[in-house]
Design a protein. Structure first.
Length: 586
């Protein structure tokens, strides 16, 4: 963030606010009678540079470090001051605003100076930061600075809200008027449209000349997770593949993210943050919003999410797809949908479970809805209580599955029990583990692979498609052909068989043979070829870039098989190529 000096020494030279560019800083400015310019903005706190360690309560992977954590986890508000052309800050810290309780995640700061010269800071905060069950609700808080210390924060009455809520502040004879909106979601079971409220803020403490210190530079530095990412992304974006008379390119993206609209526990940032992450920090080629029912089916939220999707849609540089998550209980399961255009409302949820033999009526209705509108979906966390027993599948509208997710356990694969980073064995074996991908493949389902983030996680889950164009329809078409792979690093993984590509179904008169091309970010520790849920070939190339030709000499005439490739890098990163379904008929 850069500010042009309008007071002080009058030099007009720009002033940089240190550290504020880590987020969409959303600064708020206020000028006092002495000509000082006060600045409030969002920034990471001192924990920002420390990797997040998985809590013991999360189970199997406790103690591991998650390099992809951080989009909103350590968000807070900073207050600084521009005085005589120098950037300074209040001597008093904001840390005690809630007594001994931690500040939590603060956002959307607003500043104003009342007629007595007192400085007011307003911000948005979840009522129980980081807590489970708090729901999608935030309150507005106000705090007064008398020049020496900050008062305790006071919650504005009737300020419960979900929206990007920034109060309007006007000095008055009584103090400061705050005008703000609320949908009163903590007071009613039915979420209403927003109402306006006005609160007068007053403070009995006398105002003193502010005690200011020199600007303190942030102590923490952002961890560099991918030091060569610019080079890696150039390779991905420059890649072209000639196959079947078509030229295909790689589009690296993510269609399972969340925002404040469906954050559950104040774990995801603002709607704007998600898109800014995708285009800037994540440098994705495409992304979908992924919020539950596009804001739990509330029409205004759905409209706002779709409008924001269109605002950030700039093909071919960046493709913003319309997507949402539909989360039904097992065995219907959670599925993420991609739709081809704006204006398609999310399908209301039901929960009819049906039978394993006849399938689930609600899932079948969802498939019909997607067929009608030309959309597609993917089951997520299939090997958990949010998953499915694979009693249903429609190959046209459910052509892929989320084989890996960056959120749970923090890294978690649903490939098969015992696979690298596989979800832990359920407490009741035989229940949710039926949702592993191998079980779906064994039933004859043809599912390609993709990887997505879900809540909190950033920068370790990618759904990569081989598409003809950088458009919404081309992305859907590529998924429907299963011309895709999942990865948790900037890996290129291409599997071909003659003019056929991973995801294809075909018959061959020769032994099934594959050309495998890999370009990793680290040396490849292992490469596996899996045939019909059996490991049939493993090699340890210990190279970052290599090509391999594999022929299945054990294939039997008249038999059909499915094959896919998984690679494991030395740094633990994984990639899964979508299977090929091949009938060997000499």
């Amino acid at each position: 963030m850069r500010l042009q000096t309008i007071g002080g020494d009058g030099s007009g030279r720009p002033v940089t606010v240190a550290g504020s560019a880590r987020f969409e800083a959303r600064p708020s400015l206020a000028c006092d009678e002495a000509g000082r310019i006060w600045i409030a903005y969002e920034e990471g706190d001192e924990q920002w540079g420390k990797d997040f360690t998985i809590p013991a309560s999360w189970g199997r992977n406790r103690g591991e470090v998650d390099p992809g954590w951080g989009l909103y986890e350590h968000r807070t508000v900073r207050v600084k001051c521009l005085q005589e052309g120098q950037l300074v800050q209040p001597a008093a810290e904001l840390a005690g605003l809630f007594g001994k309780k931690p500040l939590g995640r603060l956002s959307l700061p607003r500043l104003a100076v009342d007629r007595s010269g007192g400085l007011w800071l307003l911000f948005r905060r979840h009522p129980r930061p980081g807590s489970i069950g708090g729901g999608e609700v935030w309150h507005s808080y106000a705090v007064h600075f008398d020049g020496r210390s900050w008062a305790r924060a006071v919650q504005l009455p009737h300020s419960s809200n979900l929206l990007d809520n920034r109060p309007a502040l006007v000095p008055s004879n009584a103090g400061l008027l705050a005008v703000y909106s609320s949908d009163e979601r903590k007071r009613t079971s039915v979420r209403k449209q927003s109402d306006l409220f006005v609160t007068t803020l007053t403070c009995d403490r006398p105002t003193h000349p502010p005690k200011l210190l020199g600007d303190r530079q942030p102590q923490a530095e952002m961890p560099v997770v991918h030091p060569k990412e610019a080079e890696e992304l150039r390779r991905i974006r420059d890649f072209r593949l000639q196959v079947g008379g078509r030229t295909l390119r790689l589009l690296r993206g993510d269609f399972h993210r969340h925002t404040e609209y469906t954050a559950h526990r104040d774990g995801d940032g603002l709607l704007e943050d998600s898109w800014r992450y995708a285009m800037d920090a994540g440098r994705l080629d495409w992304m979908g919003n992924g919020d539950h029912d596009s804001g739990y089916g509330i029409e205004y939220f759905w409209w706002q999410i779709q409008k924001m999707t269109e605002l950030f849609h700039h093909p071919p540089t960046f493709v913003a797809v319309h997507s949402y998550e539909r989360s039904n209980s097992f065995p219907n399961g959670h599925r993420n949908a991609i739709l081809p255009r704006r204006g398609i409302r999310p399908l209301p949820r039901g929960d009819l479970k049906g039978t394993p033999e006849q399938g689930t009526p609600d899932t079948k209705l969802f498939y019909a809805y997607l067929r009608h509108f030309g959309g597609m979906c993917a089951s997520h966390t299939s090997g958990t209580g949010m998953g499915t027993d694979w009693r249903d599948n429609d190959p046209l509208v459910e052509p892929v599955v989320e084989i890996f997710q960056g959120c749970r356990q923090v890294y978690q694969s649903y490939e098969h029990l015992g696979a690298p980073r596989a979800a832990p064995v359920p407490k009741k074996p035989g229940r949710y583990d039926v949702g592993y991908v191998w079980n779906a493949l064994a039933k004859g389902y043809r599912l390609g692979f993709q990887s997505s983030s879900d809540h909190f996680s950033t920068h370790i889950s990618y759904a990569i498609v081989l598409a003809e164009d950088a458009t919404r329809q081309a992305i859907i078409d590529a998924f429907q052909k299963r011309h895709c792979y999942g990865a948790n690093d900037n890996i290129i993984l291409i599997v071909r068989s003659g003019q056929h590509l991973m995801g294809d179904v075909f018959t061959t008169s020769e032994k099934p043979s594959f050309t495998i091309s890999v370009e990793g970010t680290q040396p490849i520790a292992k490469l596996h070829v899996i045939r019909s849920n059996r490991y049939v070939f493993t090699t340890e190339p210990r190279q970052r870039v290599f090509d391999l030709r594999y022929t299945d000499h054990e294939a039997q005439p008249g038999q059909s098989y499915y094959y896919y490739v998984r690679i494991e890098q030395e740094n633990g990163a994984l990639a899964w190529a979508s299977p090929m379904w091949i009938t060997y008929q000499p």
